[in-house]
Design a protein around this ligand. Structure first.
Ligand SMILES: [Zn+2]
Length: 131
């Protein structure tokens, strides 16, 4: 048995590479969501950064921990809910805010019959940070 890497199906690699420059899909499995987080930010989920859909505030997972939020609020409700002086989610201006999720989050993550709604991952800049 020999392994052929340049066969007629080699073009399938291109579709995989194409994903590298695309935004997060809006519906994915837990495994796909996890892979996307690792691809963007690395193996440590505490460093993954997520964008509040209400105020645009970007927070890392550990920011929720640091603010005293429960684990199930990470990427679901704005970290501002656990911070003083956060503005109202329906207001304007810079975040964080008091947005509480309510299933309106843009990314749907499914695992069998479980459906979760998360913030989108932050974009990674060439410098490695997020905007
Ligand atoms: Zn917010």
């Amino acid at each position: 048995m020999s392994s052929v890497s340049n066969g007629p199906h080699a073009g399938q690699e291109a579709s995989h590479d194409r994903l590298a420059c695309q935004p997060s899909p809006l519906v994915m499995t837990v495994a796909e969501w996890w892979a996307e987080g690792v691809r963007r930010f690395g193996e440590d989920p505490d460093t993954w950064r997520l964008v509040c859909p209400a105020c645009g505030h970007v927070a890392a997972s550990h920011d929720w921990d640091d603010a005293g939020a429960p684990k199930d609020a990470i990427g679901v409700a704005c970290v501002g809910r656990w911070l003083p002086n956060a503005r109202d989610a329906s207001g304007t201006g810079p975040g964080p805010c008091n947005y509480d999720g309510n299933g309106l989050n843009p990314v749907t993550v499914t695992d069998d019959d479980v459906v979760l709604h998360f913030f989108a991952f932050a974009e990674v800049t060439p410098e490695g940070g997020a905007r």
